[in-house]
Design a protein around this ligand. Structure first.
Ligand SMILES: Cc1cc2nc3c(=O)[nH]c(=O)nc-3n(C[C@H](O)[C@H](O)[C@H](O)COP(=O)(O)O)c2cc1C
Length: 686
């Protein structure tokens, strides 16, 4: 079926229009910065292949990641595309041409980072912003932009739009959201100016208006989309508790300044509409407060509901009679269809959804199961946190399209082999999937009665339930590929007798750290302690009558276990050797904020700087940060002190195989990103 008519998602697959641009369906790719350009801002083959793959998957319009209009001070990250000079036009033109050939329309998002420009190097310039606040992760004080600087930046945006049109792009998106320069001007919170660019809504919108008017003068019919946060969600109550150190870096007086809410956004949109904007891409939040809801509203953690902020697009669409694009945690076709059919938006945009599954749109036609983004935010953490290239925990191909062929086509094997994968966690399942896609005959053995491995415990909290999507999808693919599944099967020499395999993949995962247990008084009375993972997997339980539970360990597993237990009504305490500020430090910042918010809301007590000495059924003895030894009664103790590799596969069994590979947590316990990548790599190699 090629048109929307008669299919399950008639709105989603119907053509749409933004200004003069006809888009073949209602699905846009939301801008996602990739770090795939060069340090000089040039387009690379890897950037082209990444977007080309998404274009082939059927998205109507790709809004490419934010491109810098003013180097260096306008940059976000060190390997961002640039459009501040004509010399970038040839490669941008080639990129647009390839995306058109692949069947999609393409737009560039134009941006100036404003106060969020951050460069650790000594010779770095100060960021420029409407007012001199502290900005970004580095909390650098920005310079107040002079009028001349504002005019120069305005002209840069206009020139950049001209270049985008010249390079053959079909539209531009002006980035007026997420706390970058234009958003800083629009916000009463970060714009404290007293001149014609500050104060009233009209004054704060002036820079954006001048940019739109300038572009309209030069390009009367060129489609302009404006990205705006419908609500900045900046309010003092929406941060973590005050004693949480990450907030200490911010100035307390700023926390009491309100941001821009929906009512004011409606005024801004009306002004921009009359200047000639064709559509509004309605997002929310701001980068500027990394540990608050404002950050989470922009790129959500796992706990946010699908399409939760589309109401903002709906309010704006109805109040201003403009075309809107809804974005944010849209993962199911049905959710997207519902947003369109209830009139919240003319288009939906997917960022992470298309990183995880570039074929999302074509799957709306074929009905094939979608590999849904689970919201782990590895894409954000490693890209913006560490400065790496964009990577996806569920789709190892993302960003590697330029050097890896699709397993089922380019990777097809000419000599099918018999492969045994041991371990049914994410690494093992991905290895089995990819090997089977390539044409090998694959058997997957798992000691436990169910598949999923670490995904089972990781997805136990309701807020983390999106992790279950990956487990379900992998299992569905294995079944469709006729991988022979052997749950409840322990691999031993005897168990394998009479069977021949060409290759063995060991993906046996991790086990709770055993060396760090304290002295246990009466260890034979096992009913007063367990490993947190045993509890989460359902092989251990808090005994009847217990009230006070201690969780030892303040990392991801400890914090999540504490939330799980506290929700069940137990009085819960977390004990950590480190400071309170290090709670959940092994999580990505957005999911960490979500989990810690829950932890604090549930009233979970924290014993920080504490070293456990001894436990008994009666009491726990520990040293506090001052070297004092204290005793406290707990009814049950759960250990969450890290994981170690599970290497327990018999050497004799292993010796039977001519080729042996080890992947995932059984090499070194890490997260889903590494498990899936290593599974993919081995599956692709055998
Ligand atoms: C890795 C990554 C990079 C992003 N880069 C940009 C960007 O360059 N410009 C922008 O406006 N939003 C950016 N965003 C936000 C997305 O466009 C989108 O609004 C957000 O991820 C929520 O939508 P999703 O749930 O479909 O991913 C980025 C998000 C991610 C995950």
């Amino acid at each position: 079926m090629t048109s929307g008519a008669g299919c399950n998602f008639p709105n989603l697959l119907a053509p749409g229009r933004i200004g003069t641009l006809q888009v073949k369906n209602r699905v846009l790719m939301a801008p996602v910065s990739t770090n795939f350009a060069t340090a000089e801002g040039e387009v690379t083959p890897e950037l082209v292949s990444f977007y080309e793959r998404r274009a082939r998957g059927g998205a109507g319009l790709l809004i490419l990641e934010c491109v810098n209009v003013d180097f260096p001070r306008g940059k976000t990250g060190h390997t961002q595309m640039r459009i501040d000079s004509d010399r970038f036009v040839p490669k941008l033109h080639e990129l647009a041409e390839i995306l058109h050939e692949a069947g999609a329309s393409a737009a560039l998002q134009l941006n100036h980072s404003g106060g969020l420009y951050g460069d650790r190097s000594r010779e770095a310039l100060k960021p420029v912003a409407p007012s001199p606040f502290l900005y970004g992760k580095l909390m650098i004080e920005a310079e107040e932009a002079s009028r001349e600087e504002i005019h120069r930046i305005r002209n840069n945006f206009i020139d950049a739009a001209e270049r985008a049109a010249l390079a053959g792009f079909d539209a531009i998106e002006i980035h007026g959201a997420h706390g970058y320069l234009l958003a800083e001007f629009l916000s009463p919170w970060t714009n404290q100016r007293k001149d014609e660019y500050g104060g009233s809504v009209e004054n704060r919108t002036r820079l954006a208006l001048e940019i739109v008017q300038g572009i309209r003068k030069k390009l009367p019919c060129f489609p302009i989309i404006f990205r705006i946060s419908g609500d900045e969600f900046v309010s003092p109550e929406r941060g973590l508790p005050e004693d949480f150190a990450v907030l200490k870096a911010e100035r307390p007086e700023e926390r009491n300044l309100p941001g821009r809410g929906l009512a004011e956004t409606v005024e801004v949109v009306n002004l921009l509409k009359s200047a000639g904007v064709d559509g509004f891409h309605v997002t929310a939040g701001t980068h500027r407060l990394p540990h608050t809801f404002a950050r989470r509203a922009q790129v959500e953690g796992m706990g946010m509901e699908q399409g939760w902020k589309s109401y903002l697009a709906g309010e704006i669409r109805r109040a201003c009679n403009v075309k809107t694009v809804a974005v944010g945690v849209i993962r199911d076709h049905a959710v997207a269809e519902e947003i369109l059919s209830r009139g919240d938006a003319d288009f939906v945009a997917l960022g992470r959804g298309l990183i995880a599954d570039p074929d999302w749109v074509s799957k709306a036609r074929t009905g094939k199961p979608v590999r849904k983004c689970i919201g782990c935010n590895s894409c954000v953490q490693y890209r913006s946190g560490y400065g790496w290239k964009l990577r996806c925990a569920v789709n190892a191909m993302a960003g590697r399209e330029y050097r890896l062929g699709e397993p089922e086509t380019a990777g097809k094997t000419l000599s099918p082999r018999k492969v045994l994968v041991v371990g049914g966690g994410p690494a093992g399942m991905e290895a089995a999937r990819v090997a089977a896609l390539r044409g090998h005959r694959v058997t997957l053995a798992e000691k436990k009665p169910v598949l999923g491995g670490s995904l089972v415990a990781a997805g136990i909290l309701e807020e983390k339930s999106k992790i279950r999507w990956l487990n379900e999808w992998l299992q569905g693919e294995l079944a469709a590929l006729n991988v022979e599944l052997r749950p409840g099967f322990e691999v031993t020499e005897e168990a394998l007798s009479g069977e021949e395999f060409d290759a063995l993949v060991i993906a046996t995962g991790g086990l709770p750290e055993s060396k760090r247990l304290p002295a246990i008084h009466n260890p034979e009375e096992k009913n007063f302690f367990a490993q947190a993972t045993e509890l989460l997997e359902g092989t251990a339980a808090v005994p009847k009558g217990a009230e006070k539970v201690l969780v030892v360990g303040g990392g991801l597993i400890g914090c999540e276990t504490a939330c799980y237990i506290a929700r069940k009504g137990f009085r819960t305490t977390v004990m950590t050797r480190r400071g309170k500020d290090s709670l959940g430090a092994d999580m990505d910042p957005i999911n960490r904020y979500e989990t810690l918010s829950t932890l604090f809301k549930l009233g979970i007590e924290i014993r920080d700087g504490a070293t456990l000495v001894e436990i008994s059924p009666e009491a726990v003895r520990y040293e506090n940060g001052n070297g004092e030894t204290l005793e406290e009664p707990f009814d049950f103790i759960l250990f969450a002190q890290g994981m170690e590799p599970d290497r327990k596969i018999s050497q004799k069994a292993e010796d039977r195989f001519p080729e042996v590979y080890r992947i995932g947590d059984c090499v070194m316990p890490r997260n889903i990103l590494y498990a899936v990548y290593e599974g993919f790599s081995v599956g692709n190699k055998i």
